[in-house]
Design a protein. Structure first.
Length: 406
C-alpha cells in the first residue's frame, strides 16, 4: 500500500531527532486525482474570459451582440417636467474621454458587465457642483471592493503592474460607479452570464477539440493492427513492437500523411473501426451546448444560426424578443444607474432612459401602442403622454410646441 510506504519513514518514539534541513514549502503537498472524475476549467474571471469569450465563438458572438446593441440604444435625458435636447451630461456621454466615444465607452461597460458580472466607471476631474471632465471604464478583473466594518464598501482598489490605487468612498459622490448583476450569495460582486454558462462552454470547447483531433486524423476513425503470427505465436517481440510503433508515428500520423497506403508485413492485418453512436452524437452535443450558452446571455439561438431551434416563428420575432427581453432591460438599468451617479455631482435629479421610438426592432410594437393610446378617448392628453413615457407639458404648451422644442 502506498500509505505503508510513508509509514516506514516514521521515526520510533525513542529515536534521535534528525537535524533540521531546509526543504521546499510545497514538498509535502501531494495531488490526488480520482479516476473518471470530470475536470472543469477554473471559474475565475480571467480564465472564463479566455475560454468563454476569446476562445469560444458562441460566447464571443453573444457578448458582442448584446454589448453592441445596448451601446447603440438611443438615450434621452429628462426630468419630471421636460426632456433636454442639450445638457452637460449629454455632452459628457457623447465624448467621455479623448480615446473613446459614446459607443466605445458603453460597449466596454456592457462587455465587462456581461463577462464578469461587474462594471466600473471612473469619474476624472471636475470641480465641486460640476460634472466630471472625463469618464473611463476600468477592468473588472483588476478591481476589488474594500468593505468597511458594517459591510458597505468604503473604497475600491485597482491593481495593475504590482501597484494599487485606492478610490475612497465617503462624503459626496463616489469617484467610481460600480454596476453589478444580481448574485444571491455575494454581497459585493455580481454573477455573470458566463459563469452560469461555464459548463456549456467547457462542453462546447471539448467538442471543438475532438473535431480538430478527428481532422488531424484525416477525418477518419482509428483502427487496429492485428498480429497473427505463425505457429500460434500471437505477440510481437519487443524489437518488432518498437519498430512498428516508430514506423506508424513517422509515416502514418498527422494530416501530412493522410490517405497514405500502409504496407504491412506477414502476420499483420489492419482492421478499420467505424464511428460509434457516441462519436456521431458529438455534433448534437456541441449544438446543445451552444444553445445553452446563448440562452444564458439572453440571445435567441436563431439569431446565431444554431440549427434545431424553433422557439420563434421567424427571424424578425426573435430579433424583437432579443431587444425586448435582453437589450432593453440591461440598457435601462445601466442608464438609470449612470444618470443617478452623475446627478450626484450637480445635485440634479435626472433620468437617462432608452428612446423606444427610435429602436427599429420595436417599431411595430410602438406603432401599435401609439394607435391604441391615441384612440383611447377616455384618456386625457396628460395621461396619454404618461403612458407613452413622455414628460408632462408645461402650462399652456401644446404637444406640437413640445415636439418643436425637442
Amino acid at each position: 500500500m502506498i500509505l505503508d510506504f510513508f509509514r516506514q519513514g516514521a521515526a520510533a518514539p525513542d529515536a534521535p531527532v534528525p537535524p533540521e534541513q531546509k526543504a521546499s514549502a510545497t514538498g509535502p503537498v501531494m495531488a490526488w486525482h480520482g479516476v473518471g472524475r470530470v475536470v472543469w476549467s477554473p471559474r475565475d474571471a480571467v480564465t472564463l474570459t479566455k475560454t468563454g469569450f476569446a476562445g469560444n465563438p458562441v460566447g464571443f458572438r453573444c457578448v458582442k451582440m448584446v454589448a453592441e446593441a445596448a451601446a447603440a440604444m438611443p438615450l434621452v435625458l429628462q426630468d419630471r417636467s421636460e426632456r433636454y435636447a442639450e445638457h452637460g451630461l449629454l455632452g459628457l456621454i457623447a465624448r467621455p474621454n479623448p480615446a473613446q466615444g459614446r459607443a466605445e465607452l458603453f460597449e466596454a461597460l456592457f462587455g465587462q458587465l456581461l463577462l464578469t458580472g461587474n462594471a466600473y466607471l471612473e469619474a476624472v476631474g471636475g470641480a465641486e457642483g460640476r460634472l466630471p471632465l472625463e469618464l473611463h471604464v476600468l477592468r473588472s478583473d483588476r478591481m476589488s471592493v474594500v468593505p468597511g466594518r458594517d459591510g458597505w464598501p468604503v473604497g475600491y482598489e485597482y491593481a495593475v503592474g504590482g501597484r494599487k490605487h485606492r478610490f475612497e468612498v465617503g462624503e459626496g459622490p463616489a469617484p467610481v460607479c460600480h454596476l453589478k448583476s444580481f448574485h444571491p450569495q455575494d454581497d459585493h460582486y455580481g454573477l455573470s452570464p458566463l459563469q452560469a454558462a461555464a459548463q456549456a462552454v467547457d462542453v462546447h470547447n471539448a467538442a471543438a477539440r475532438w473535431s480538430k483531433a478527428l481532422l488531424d486524423n484525416a477525418a477518419r476513425p482509428s483502427g487496429a493492427i492485428v498480429y497473427r503470427g505463425a505457429e500460434g505465436q500471437g505477440s510481437l517481440s519487443h524489437d518488432q513492437y518498437d519498430r512498428l510503433v516508430s514506423e506508424m508515428e513517422a509515416h502514418h500520423q498527422g494530416a501530412r500523411n493522410a490517405g497514405r497506403p500502409m504496407l504491412l508485413e506477414g502476420g499483420l492485418d489492419w482492421k478499420p473501426m467505424g464511428f460509434s453512436p457516441s462519436d456521431m452524437e458529438f455534433q448534437k452535443t456541441k449544438e446543445s451546448a451552444a444553445r445553452e450558452i446563448a440562452l444564458a446571455f439572453g440571445v435567441p439561438p436563431m439569431l446565431l444560426g444554431i440549427p434545431g431551434d424553433a422557439t420563434y416563428a421567424n427571424y424578425q420575432e426573435a430579433n424583437r424578443a432579443f431587444y425586448r427581453l435582453t437589450v432593453l432591460p440591461l440598457t435601462a438599468r445601466v442608464a438609470a444607474r449612470v444618470a443617478e451617479w452623475l446627478g450626484q455631482f450637480t445635485g440634479e435629479s435626472l433620468e437617462l432612459v432608452p428612446d423606444l421610438d427610435r429602436v427599429p426592432a420595436l417599431a411595430a410594437e410602438r406603432d401599435a401602442q401609439w394607435r391604441r393610446v391615441a384612440d383611447a378617448d377616455f384618456l386625457t392628453g396628460a395621461e396619454k403622454r404618461a403612458l407613452l413615457g413622455l414628460p408632462a407639458l408645461a402650462d399652456g404648451e401644446s404637444g406640437a410646441e413640445a415636439a418643436d422644442a425637442r
